[in-house]
Design a binder for this molecule. Structure first.
Ligand SMILES: NC(=O)C1=CN([C@@H]2O[C@H](COP(=O)(O)OP(=O)(O)OC[C@H]3O[C@@H](n4cnc5c(N)ncnc54)[C@H](O)[C@@H]3O)[C@@H](O)[C@H]2O)C=CC1
Ligand SMILES: O=C([O-])CC(=O)C(=O)O
Length: 311
């Protein structure tokens, strides 16, 4: 099983490290355009593997796409992260060209690969990868909701003072500060609805913290997060490589599902060896559907900018 990670920055290197440490793939190739960075990080991870007796092989290369040949999964983490005070959407100008060129280089050499897009603005970059590659829609997966759901569960566990592993919760919609939709009505603590455990004000507080999860970390770190993102990507990779068919919210191209068309947005997906194997249509109530529609509207505005950049 071979995974290539294009962009050996904070998120790409962490993702490679988690995949190696959990032995999800036996070969991981890290690629970057900056001389030496991928080689150095791969060597460092291999020396860590040596400490723990892990046999997954991590290789680092500079621009050498030939080394990514026949990857089963390609993760696109190349691109600029935001700085404190910025929105993810502000990255569209610089990151569109990067995602387009990475897709062109990577897909010819790994014709059967499933692509996981991570670069921000996530939903629009996933659409860019889908449009510019011509790949079938099941093979282009945007990773956003997996991370947002992990944050939602974390903030819920903090609020109700219970272990994270006892909490089930999901975020759908866009991967943006104002576009994500934490599904509080469906969140539960071991089957007990969270809405029975938290009052309205507490629920609102958790939702706000979740939606601002990325911005909060960016303010604290001076650049955006990487441990949560790296792990969330590895979870998607694992579901593909081992055909686990996990239900993970991912940004995927919709053609009528949730009443939307020609847009990539976060919805619950069954993720297996074919990539997106099924989109699960939740029965949203009126208020949830209104929020989902607003999220889609906002993503469409950013997609308008994308179309201007690409033409
Ligand atoms: N979808 C999500 O949940 C998340 C998305 N992100 C996004 O992921 C991206 C990467 O974030 P970080 O790793 O923190 O940034 P970083 O700056 O640490 O690393 C980015 C790497 O991409 C490389 N790169 C740039 N152009 C490239 C190209 N054409 N080919 C190959 N490599 C190239 C850079 O040299 C750099 O090493 C950002 O756009 C960020 O906003 C970050 C966290 C979560
Ligand atoms: O906040 C950012 O810009 C990076 C990201 O997408 C996240 O951590 O959720």
């Amino acid at each position: 099983m071979k995974v290539s990670v294009i962009g050996a920055g904070n998120v790409g290197a962490t993702c490679a490290d988690v995949i190696a440490q959990r032995q999800i793939a036996n070969e991981i190739v890290l690629l970057d355009i900056l001389e030496g960075i991928a080689e150095g990080k791969a060597m460092d991870i291999m020396q860590k593997n040596s400490v723990f007796g892990i046999d997954s092989v991590v290789k680092g290369v500079t621009k050498q796409y030939s080394k990514t040949v026949n990857s089963d999964v390609v993760v696109v983490t190349s691109g600029i992260p935001r700085k404190p005070g910025m929105t993810r959407e502000e990255l569209i100008g610089i990151n569109t060209g990067i995602v387009k060129s990475v897709m062109e280089n990577a897909m010819t050499i790994s014709p059967n690969a499933i692509f996981i897009i991570v670069t921000n603005p996530l939903d629009t970059m996933t659409l860019a990868a889908f449009m510019t590659s011509g790949l079938s829609k099941n093979k282009v997966i945007g990773m956003g909701g997996a991370l947002d759901s992990a944050r939602f569960k974390y903030f819920l566990s903090q609020q109700i003072q219970k272990p994270i592993s006892d909490i089930d919760a999901m975020v759908i919609g866009g991967h943006g500060d104002t576009t994500m939709l934490p599904l509080m009505r469906m969140a539960s603590y071991r089957g007990i609805p969270i809405t029975e455990l938290l009052n309205e004000a507490e629920q609102t507080e958790v939702i706000d913290k979740t939606m601002n999860g990325g911005a909060t970390l960016t303010k604290l770190l001076g650049t955006s997060a990487w441990y949560g993102p790296g792990a969330a990507i590895a979870n998607v990779v694992e579901s593909i490589l081992y055909d686990r068919k996990k239900l993970i919210p991912c940004s995927v191209f919709l053609q009528g599902e949730y009443g939307e068309e020609n847009i990539c947005i976060g919805v619950p997906c069954i993720i297996g060896k074919e990539g997106v194997e099924k989109i699960v249509e939740l029965k949203l109530n009126k208020s949830e559907k209104e929020k989902f529609d607003l999220s889609a509207k906002s993503i469409r505005e950013t997609n308008g900018e994308l179309r201007n950049i690409l033409t």
